[in-house]
Ligand binder design. Structure first.
Ligand code: NAP
Length: 290
């Protein structure tokens, strides 16, 4: 029952009507018996400073931050976690004693979504498609998983080179290469990597017939292909990889786990999700995606 003690949480974004976070977090609240409600707030970029002041003044307990506010939210927060300082983005804000504390949970969501596939990463060659905000978080996660070689392929060379430099200077990764999708070395990089990760927006609904690469011939059964895109559930990249015998995973589990990590930050908790609950939640979210 909602009462005067009920905590208020939400997600701030522009646009935000597509966000699955209200369904996700309100499901968690019910599952874990949290006295909270979670809403979506459409916040225009120019209004973000006012929205954060308002959230503080009204005593909100926490916010998730989505496109296009992740960089600004990190900058505007009074306290930042080590990861936010490093990555320059925040997707989770906790309001504690009148101060806004910024965190980021995408890297936690990625690692926790891997399950037993996590064992593949140490000492492996990884090819990462994309060099945006989430690719940066994935690169950070990969540095913690002990990968041997990282190749970054991106549409624009400038961003790929930026991420390469970030990996070298801030993450202390030495074996990093950056290229565009047009680079002739891309096919050898696919063949020579056991893990391919898509952190681009390519293939996302409504452009579901697209994929970050134009040919899938170099993908084989020895690959693990992870696509951060969760809408559609099975992306073109995943379908083509599956056809060639590769193991595949989509972005829905990561979405769930980054949300769970945010909840654990807000409540200083350590909630875990059992397999059956995860499957129930995935079914609920998939219904929304149609
Ligand atoms: P972002 O910072 O805007 O970066 C977008 C990236 O996608 C850039 O590398 C961009 O390349 C590339 N890109 C965009 N359109 C492309 C196209 N048509 N072909 C090839 N490359 C294209 O966005 P982001 O936050 O990193 O998000 C990227 C994707 O990850 C989105 O699909 C998002 O939904 C997904 N994501 C999923 C989760 C999850 O929990 N599953 C979490 C975060 C993000 P340029 O640099 O050349 O522009």
């Amino acid at each position: 029952m909602i009462s005067s003690r009920t905590m208020l949480f939400g997600v701030a974004g522009d646009p935000v009507s597509h966000s699955l976070s209200p369904i996700l977090q309100n499901y968690f609240f019910k599952l874990f018996g949290v006295d909270g409600v979670y809403l979506a707030f459409h916040v225009m970029p120019a209004e973000l400073p006012a929205a954060l002041l308002g959230a503080r003044a009204m005593g909100l307990s926490g916010l998730n931050i989505t496109i296009p506010h992740k960089n600004s939210a990190a900058r505007l927060s009074e306290c930042r976690s080590r990861e936010v300082d490093l990555l320059g983005v925040a997707n989770t804000l906790a309001i504690r004693a009148g101060k806004v504390h910024a965190f980021t949970t995408d890297h936690i969501g990625f690692v926790n979504s891997l399950g037993s596939e996590k064992e593949r990463f140490a000492g492996s060659n990884v090819l990462l498609f994309g060099a945006g905000g989430s690719a940066r978080s994935i690169a950070f996660a990969l540095s913690g998983l002990g990968v041997a070689n990282l190749t970054i392929a991106n549409r624009s060379h400038e961003r790929a080179a930026d991420l390469e430099s970030f990996c070298r200077t801030s993450l202390h990764m030495t074996a990093v290469t950056a290229m565009t999708f047009e680079h002739p070395g891309l096919w050898a990089a696919i063949a020579g990597s056991s893990i391919l990760i898509n952190a681009t927006a390519s293939g996302m609904f409504p452009h579901s017939d697209e994929a970050p690469i134009s040919s899938f011939d170099m993908i084989s059964k020895s690959h693990f292909v992870y696509d951060l895109v969760y809408n559609p559930r099975n992306t073109r990249l995943m379908a083509e990889a599956k056809k060639r015998g590769a193991a595949v995973q989509g972005g829905l589990e990561m979405l769930v786990h980054q949300g769970l990590a945010a909840l654990n930050i807000w409540l200083y908790a350590d909630y875990q999700l059992q397999e059956t609950e995860l499957n129930k939640l995935k079914t609920l979210l998939l219904r929304e995606l149609r």
